[in-house]
Design a binder for this molecule. Structure first.
Ligand SMILES: CC(C)(COP(=O)(O)OP(=O)(O)OC[C@H]1O[C@@H](n2cnc3c(N)ncnc32)[C@H](O)[C@@H]1OP(=O)(O)O)[C@@H](O)C(=O)NCCC(=O)NCCS
Length: 136
């Protein structure tokens, strides 16, 4: 577990891997009250190409619109790059009004819109992600 400073005080980052489902979770926890700020859930695929499947990202309502969704996305992207995975795919449901502007603002591309909206992003290998700096 790692701890860093943010505008709301100390935050813990916890990462877990489920051997059975092969899904990873990166979770942000408010150190003051131990509440979950939010989490990102994803898995890596190695065939036919190395890619990440971004299953879900969720920020607890009282912590929304403070930049934590973006922090979670960047922690996920940094872990992808450390794992030499540069292509991300994901989905959300179109009735979700928050998801579309959130992903577009963070550099994701809408690939297909039907009963689910498919998104992709190719990571820039030269990108430096400084989480501590983002949280100031
Ligand atoms: C979508 C979600 C994860 C965003 O998290 P968040 O912590 O509120 O988002 P952030 O504060 O990090 O915002 C990041 C950027 O997206 C934009 N954004 C976030 N929510 C937005 C909204 N409702 N409408 C428009 N833009 C929005 C912000 O303007 C921000 O841009 P900026 O960095 O230029 O200011 C959060 O609203 C959530 O958990 N929603 C419910 C679950 C969900 O919809 N998950 C996504 C699909 S799986």
């Amino acid at each position: 577990m790692k701890t860093f400073d943010s505008k709301i005080g100390k935050i813990d980052i916890e990462q877990t891997y489920n051997e059975e489902t092969k899904y990873n979770d990166i979770k942000l926890i408010d150190s003051n009250n131990k509440e979950t700020i939010g989490y990102v859930n994803f898995k890596f695929n190695y065939s036919p190409i190395r890619s990440a499947w971004l299953n879900k990202i969720e920020v607890t309502p009282k912590y929304q619109s403070m930049g934590f969704g973006k922090v979670l996305l960047k922690l996920f992207e940094r872990y992808c790059m450390e794992s030499r995975i540069f292509y991300i795919e994901g989905k959300f449901f179109p009735e979700n009004d928050h998801a579309k502007p959130f992903y577009l603002k963070n550099g994701y591309k809408i690939e297909k819109e039907y009963y689910e909206t498919l998104i992709t992003k190719t990571l820039n290998i030269k990108q430096k992600i400084d989480i501590e700096e983002m949280c100031k």
